[in-house]
Design a protein around this ligand. Structure first.
Ligand SMILES: [Zn+2]
Ligand SMILES: [Zn+2]
Length: 302
């Protein structure tokens, strides 16, 4: 090898070392957003690899601890355009209704809509996940969603009552939007595990498992959404019966009850709204069909 080539190799080696030191510094400062941006930048500058086993390279060159920290930073990097997957509804100015008589269809009367940038997950969009770290970051997101879901599914919404209707409505709304966020994470994961290019062989089985897990948890979660909307509607009707017929709150409760009732009646449930999650439905249907087909095939050959 000529002197020139050696020199440029040394230069890039030291550049890589500098870049790694910088990364460690940012990670130690606990600035997830800056650390992830830096990593992405250095990938673009070809200082860090994009393909092959990025995790292995990182562990070897930066150590286990830094690798773990970077994965955690990528996992917890929030979407910059929303708050936990939600944005204020511009259509109704965040009120959820028009003059107490009409419910805002865009936000389903909640005053907030699902964020388009992150698909309602509240996590930074896929462009902010460094290449090669996708599977491990999404696996972490699924794990977090699963944990949150288990906790949320245990929580029973308050029983509808005349007196507490507003409190019950608000609690149902929080529970519903929170559950919906977890479905969005699972739905995104299903899409990503299907499309992510070059899943390393050693992660293929894990990715398949994650996909199945996401579909099953997502469907369970969706069934719960229906139940919550149902009990919200019951509560609103009870509440309305207890109000003066010319009051604003009577009008609003009536409008809400009939709006949620119509949502429940649509088929599939919540058609055209951000509670629908068509990709998740589609993935689930495909999985069910595939299972049936395999069973049939097994039955024929066995
Ligand atoms: Zn609205
Ligand atoms: Zn967002």
């Amino acid at each position: 090898m000529g002197a020139k080539a050696t020199k440029s190799k040394d230069l890039s080696d030291s550049q890589i070392q500098y870049a790694l030191q910088d990364l460690v510094k940012q990670l130690e400062r606990d600035d997830a957003a800056k650390a992830v941006r830096l990593f992405l930048q250095d990938q673009t500058r070809s200082l860090f690899p994009k393909s092959g086993d990025v995790l292995e390279w990182l562990t070897k060159n930066a150590g286990k601890n830094t690798t773990k920290r970077l994965i955690s930073a990528c996992t917890h990097f929030s979407c910059l355009n929303c708050k936990k997957g939600l944005r204020r509804c511009k259509n109704c100015d965040g009120t959820g209704h028009f003059g107490y008589e009409m419910i805002c269809e865009k936000c389903l009367g909640f005053g907030a809509v699902s964020c388009d940038f992150c698909g309602g997950t509240g996590w930074a969009a896929i462009d902010f996940v460094p290449e090669g770290l996708g599977p491990v970051v999404f696996a972490s997101h699924i794990k977090i969603a699963e944990k949150r879901l288990t906790k949320l599914l245990k929580k029973q919404p308050l029983r509808p009552s005349r007196k507490d209707a507003i409190r019950v409505f608000n609690e149902c709304k929080h529970l519903l939007l929170n559950l919906n966020r977890q479905i969005s994470v699972l739905e995104t994961a299903v899409g990503i595990t299907k499309e992510i290019a070059n899943i390393p062989d050693n992660l293929e089985e894990q990715t398949y498992k994650l996909r199945t897990l996401s579909i099953n948890a997502g469907l369970k979660d969706k069934r719960r959404l229906g139940k919550i909307v149902q009990s919200t509607t019951t509560g609103l009707k009870l509440y309305a019966n207890n109000q003066r017929k010319d009051s604003k709150m009577y009008k609003l409760a009536k409008a809400r009850a009939s709006f949620y009732n119509s949502l429940l009646k649509s088929s599939p449930k919540f058609t055209g709204t951000y509670l629908e999650h068509p990709f998740l439905n589609e993935a689930a249907e495909k999985t069910i069909l595939k299972k049936r087909f395999q069973k049939k095939k097994k039955g024929k050959s066995g």
